[in-house]
Structures are given as structure tokens and as C-alpha cells.
Design a protein around this ligand. Structure first.
Ligand code: OGA
Ligand code: NI
Length: 276
């Protein structure tokens, strides 16, 4: 997305302050270091290490929000808290606009997707990919699709992000001031395959560090046990229901139990009849 209305300064500040967080002395970062997934603000290296058993060339600061109108900025690292706050404030309107545009693209009324209560800004991952002396031996993020509704991604100008298109890895060349939007698995599920979640990865590079910020849109806590299935208004004899209903928590539980093994989680939720 270009012309998205978020000033370049807000984007640059988020990238700069993310870099500053990750380049602080170890003692400052240790305060946030944890693999306890119940913590709302956490900092960790080589994410997904325990499920996948593959070390990834990346450090991550992860912030969870639930209700973005009631964010406690004080819980975030001081060095980047205002920058995160400014970005989230601006992202709110853009996220609502995306929900409207996607609804219209599906032929639904413009408030339809928002009315499902699954378009909430829930998590921001501020990634730091250190320069890598032997990039062929490792990976920044392994092949995966995001299990959520949407991802809004900001990347700096280093490059390394790739998407899988017709079985080929294609570079997503950085465009200054732009934001990327990825469909996630849950969007694919509720749109009955109209919007397909994109498989992607980040390769390690000698250049860098590379900084990116991935913002995930999915249902907030109070709606995470609610069943979501393909939107009824989209279904017909020609477009029969392909997936069973599942809650966000059940989906994420299955996704997490698999680890980033390069195999999509979504087919597990297909209706048997859709496979015939
Ligand atoms: C992610 C992701 C890509 C990037 O966080 O899920 O795919 O460019 N990030 O950092
Ligand atoms: Ni991703």
C-alpha cells in the first residue's frame, strides 16, 4: 500500500526506535526477555525454537494489545513506546478502511467483516535481523503463512522478504514509505478461499541489520472462543462451504502445536466433503 495516509515520519520512527531497542546493552533488553507466552510484552531470540528446533536469525520484541483504545504505553520499553503508540494510533483508521474495502471486494456490505468482530489490532512484532556472515546456512523466518486475519507489515530497505508464488520464491522488494498487507489463514477460512493466505519467509543476508514491524489483526480476547466459519452470504451451490467452524483459540492451538514446519495449518480445518 502506498498513499495509505500514515506519515513517513511515523513509519521511520518505528523502524528507528525498534533498531534502538535491539541495539541497547544486554542489561536493558534482559528486562523483557522471556518465552512465557502469557506475558504481554516479550523479547526473545530465534522465535519458535522449541516447536521447530530450528534456530532463526532474528530477535523479536512482541507487544500484545487486546483493546488498542486502552493501551498502557508504560508497559513497553521506554526507548520505543511513543513510536509504537503513534504508529498504532495511525494504523487504526487504516485497518478499518481495509475491513471495508475487503468487504466490498467480496460483494458484501462495507461493514460486514467489521461486524464479525475479528478485525482487531492485537499484536505488533518488532523484528531485528542481524547481519549474517553465512546466510546460506540459516534463515530469518522460516516458510509460513500467518494464522491471523491480516498482517500489516512495515519493512526497511534491506530486503530479504519473499513470498511463494506458483511454487517459486519471489522477492518482495522494499518500497520506501509503503506498507504490505498479507492475507492470513483465518481470512482465507472466513472467505471460503476467496482471499488466500500467502506463504512467506525472510532469508538471512550479509547486509543489515534488517528491521521490520509486523502488526497482526485477529479477534480480541473476548471473541477468541467464538466460532468462525465461512461467511454464509458467500456460500452457494457453486461455492459450497470448504471449512468447518473453528475458534481463534482452537486454530492458534493447532498452528502452535505444529510449529513452523513449512506445512499450512488450514487444510486441517477443511470439511471432508470439500476434499472429495
Ligand atoms: C512475521 C513475518 C516478515 C518480516 O512476523 O510473521 O512474516 O519481514 N515477518 O519480518
Ligand atoms: Ni509472517
Amino acid at each position: 500500500m502506498v498513499n495509505h495516509g500514515i506519515p513517513t515520519g511515523v513509519l521511520d520512527n518505528l523502524l528507528r526506535s525498534t533498531r534502538e531497542f535491539h541495539e541497547q546493552p544486554k542489561e536493558m533488553r534482559m528486562e523483557f526477555y522471556t518465552r512465557d507466552c502469557t506475558r504481554k510484552v516479550k523479547y526473545y531470540s530465534t522465535g519458535d525454537l522449541y516447536q521447530t528446533k530450528t534456530a532463526q536469525w532474528r530477535d523479536t520484541l512482541s507487544c500484545d494489545f487486546d483493546d488498542t483504545s486502552k493501551i498502557d504505553l508504560g508497559s513497553f520499553p521506554e526507548i520505543c513506546r511513543n513510536e509504537i503508540g503513534d504508529y498504532l494510533n495511525r494504523l487504526h483508521g487504516l485497518k478499518n478502511l481495509l475491513a471495508e474495502l475487503l468487504s466490498e471486494a467480496l460483494g458484501l456490505s462495507s461493514n460486514h467483516l467489521a461486524s464479525l468482530e475479528c478485525f482487531d489490532i492485537q499484536r505488533l512484532l518488532c523484528h531485528y535481523y542481524p547481519p549474517c556472515p553465512e546466510p546460506d546456512l540459516t534463515i530469518g523466518i522460516m516458510k509460513h503463512s500467518d494464522p491471523y486475519i491480516l498482517t500489516i507489515l512495515l519493512q526497511d530497505n534491506i530486503g530479504g522478504l519473499q513470498i511463494l508464488h506458483k511454487n517459486q520464491w519471489v522477492d518482495v522488494t522494499p518500497v520506501q514509505g509503503s506498507l504490505l498487507v498479507n492475507a492470513g489463514d483465518l481470512l482465507q477460512l472466513i472467505t471460503n478461499d476467496h482471499f488466500k493466505s500467502v506463504e512467506h519467509r525472510v532469508v538471512a543476508t550479509r547486509a543489515g541489520p534488517r528491521i521490520s514491524a509486523a502488526c497482526f489483526i485477529y479477534p480480541r480476547n473476548k471473541n477468541q472462543s467464538k466460532p468462525y466459519g465461512p461467511v454464509k452470504e458467500l456460500l452457494s451451490d457453486k461455492n459450497p462451504q470448504k471449512y468447518r467452524e473453528t475458534s481463534f483459540l482452537d486454530y492458534i492451538h493447532y498452528f502452535g502445536s505444529k510449529g513452523l514446519d513449512g506445512v499450512k495449518a488450514l487444510p486441517h480445518f477443511q470439511l471432508i466433503s470439500a476434499n472429495e
